[in-house]
Ligand binder design. Structure first.
Ligand SMILES: C[S@@+](CC[C@H](N)C(=O)[O-])C[C@H]1O[C@@H](n2cnc3c(N)ncnc32)[C@H](O)[C@@H]1O
Length: 217
């Protein structure tokens, strides 16, 4: 799982960089990373917001807190909290509420998005990056993820963001692709346990939505 996490960070780094650039994230921002897992995104956010910023790394799994603490040992601006996204409650309003690969696993994505929308200040941002699993391909065949509750939630993200009362500022999809040995093949093998050989691969596209809470800018 840890290896897979590292590969995900590598393989899906470009979609993360695209999202953070689109947002104009900068020093001093206060953020929450919901479903932080091992803390890849939390650390990436911490590096941009710097010592004057703050990153709350929230996950429902208590083990994640230790993982984040290890990953973010050099970043005192990262605070790891054990909390379900459905119960999200922070000590202060944040400028950005972020999640990646979270909503496909939760019971009701709309409930978690509503909590994220409520966690940001008026004029603040909500960004979600979630997959359309069945749009991924190996050798032309559609991918599936039987363990996920909503494997194709990415396809519904723009509507979910709008329905949560946020202004839908932007939305797009990006998918790492490859063939033969390399990080894309290694990622897929780690995810499915099946070696795709030299079949061409398109990993599940990540849909990014950028929402903004109405109010003062
Ligand atoms: C696939 S991992 C994604 C980790 C990280 N966001 C990333 O992109 O690398 C999903 C994480 O969401 C957490 N999670 C699942 N359901 C949750 C919920 N309802 N509230 C908060 N975290 C949850 C899991 O414990 C896990 O750490």
């Amino acid at each position: 799982m840890t290896e897979l996490k590292g590969l995900r960070d590598d393989v899906y780094r470009r979609p993360l960089a695209t999202a953070l650039e689109r947002l104009g994230l900068g020093p001093g921002w206060r953020c929450v990373d919901v479903g932080a897992g091992g803390g890849d995104v939390s650390v990436a956010l911490a590096e941009v917001v710097g010592r004057t910023g703050r990153v709350y790394a929230v996950d429902s799994d208590p083990l994640a807190r230790d993982e984040v603490a290890r990953a973010a040992a050099a970043h005192s601006q990262v605070l790891a909290i054990t909390q379900a996204g459905e119960d999200l409650a922070l000590p202060e309003p944040v400028d950005l509420a972020f999640c990646r690969f979270l909503l496909l696993h939760v019971v009701d994505p709309a409930v978690v998005l509503a909590r994220m929308a409520g966690a940001v200040r008026p004029g603040g941002w909500v960004v979600a990056q979630e997959p359309i699993t069945s749009a991924g391909r190996v050798g032309g065949q559609a991918l599936s993820m039987p363990d996920a509750r909503h494997p194709d939630v990415g396809a519904f993200l723009p509507a979910l963001v709008k329905d949560s009362g946020l202004e839908l500022v932007d939305a797009w999809a990006e998918a790492p692709a490859g063939v033969g040995p390399g990080p894309v093949r290694a990622y897929l093998e780690g995810l499915t346990g099946v070696d795709p050989g030299d079949d061409p691969i398109v990993l599940p596209p990540l849909v990014t939505v950028v929402g903004r809470r109405p109010g003062e800018r």
